[in-house]
Write a protein that binds this ligand. Structure first.
Ligand code: MG
Length: 382
């Protein structure tokens, strides 16, 4: 099935791999959006000839307009540009590959327009999962996960006619570059070490989240929202080899798993072609050259971000938006070399202590929780 894509965040890791899949599988691209990566945006426009290209940054958009003056592509800027890309009538599928809570508003717009959402922005579901899923049900918009773990669960659920038969979801975690380290070891890690993931090549924010295990905490919350599952029925297991991407356990004790090479092209492609499958660019897995598969218990005490995320998953309300906002702010500070690795959980915990949680929040209360959490982080480092 040929799809017409609007790729939000086309310069990031998932965005670039989405275009690779589009090229290999013959999907059309109607819109691309970047923050300020104009060189890459120009190359993407020249290759895929979308109707619309967005640079959120105003100056970058002006530059892009000059560079692409000889083309028919319309150039837009600002958050309104993102919403225009999310609602573009020509597109039937919106790939939400923007990092962070910035993806929330465009995702809601795409849902309102009844698009298929290939969801690569986990922060959206972490902050506003109940609202987003309710809106998708109401509008009949399909949400198909791109995150490898959630795609694995989605794939394992395809043969399941009755969700009541699902006993547990089992999410695998690579453990990141610092698996097995002590708190003392973690206090000494550098940015360069944290940016070296053993198995996956990803963007900077998610790579740091993988090193702190916050990524797995966010994914736990994402799974609760996507699959309407209480946290008590979701298990995280460390699986260093990143071959089993996640599993579903059924009532009779059967466990289905999805295996594959650590290549995001497969979950991206499946989000586009579902319920069908098609040949694509993902690297096949050769079982005979796989290392032995191992599974271990995670350590949420040493990896404090995971412990905090699991506590917020249980608490609910705006606590998950506070967790996410504080984490986004703290990771940005870490990437600017302004704080140490273990300051990330410290600052997140501090924000959770200072910002009051609102139950059953409306959208404005979620944005306010996000803002207050970031403020609490900035106040602590000033
Ligand atoms: Mg993942």
């Amino acid at each position: 099935m040929r799809r017409i894509l609007s790729v939000l965040g086309s310069s990031g890791s998932i965005g670039r791999q989405t275009l690779k899949v589009a090229k290999a599988c013959g999907h059309d691209v109607a819109a691309v959006t970047v923050n300020r990566s104009v060189e890459l945006a120009e190359a993407q426009v020249r290759e895929f000839k979308p109707r619309l290209a967005v640079a959120v940054d105003q100056a970058a958009a002006a530059d892009l307009r000059l560079r692409l003056a000889d083309t028919d592509t319309r150039i837009r800027s600002g958050p309104e540009g993102l919403l225009e890309a999310a609602s573009l009538p020509e597109a039937d599928t919106v790939v939400t590959a923007i990092v962070g809570v910035a993806g929330l508003a465009p995702t809601l717009t795409a849902i309102d327009c009844g698009k298929r959402i290939a969801l690569a922005n986990k922060e959206t579901l972490v902050c506003a999962g109940e609202l987003v899923m309710a809106r998708a049900r109401e509008k009949g918009a399909e949400i198909v996960p791109v995150d490898s773990e959630h795609s694995a669960i989605f794939q394992c659920l395809q043969g399941c006619r009755n969700r009541g038969e699902v006993r547990r979801l089992i999410i695998t975690a690579s453990g990141g570059p610092f698996y097995g380290k002590s708190c003392k070891d973690l206090s000494l890690v550098t940015k360069d070490q944290a940016l070296k993931h053993p198995n996956w090549a990803m963007g900077a924010k998610i790579t740091i989240d993988s090193a702190t295990l916050m990524n797995k905490g966010l994914e736990f919350i994402e799974a609760m929202r996507l699959y309407d599952m209480p946290g008590s029925r979701i298990q995280i297991v460390i699986h260093r080899e990143s071959i089993v991407h996640s599993l579903v356990e059924f009532e009779d004790g059967a466990i289905l798993a999805q295996l594959g090479s650590a290549d995001m092209c497969l979950p991206i492609q499946y989000a586009l072609t579902w319920p069908e499958r098609a040949p694509g660019p993902a690297k096949p897995l050769d079982l005979l050259s796989c290392p032995p598969l191992t599974f271990q218990r995670p350590d949420p005490e040493t990896f404090r971000c995971l412990g905090l995320a699991l506590a917020c998953a249980e608490r609910g309300g705006t606590s998950t938006a506070i967790l996410n906002g504080a984490n986004e702010a703290a990771v940005a500070l870490f990437l600017e070399d302004r704080i140490a690795f273990l300051d990330i959980p410290r600052l997140v915990e501090r924000a959770l202590e200072r910002v009051a949680v609102v139950d059953n929040p409306i959208l404005d209360e979620i944005f306010e929780a996000d803002r207050a959490a970031r403020q609490a982080v900035y106040d602590a480092v000033r």
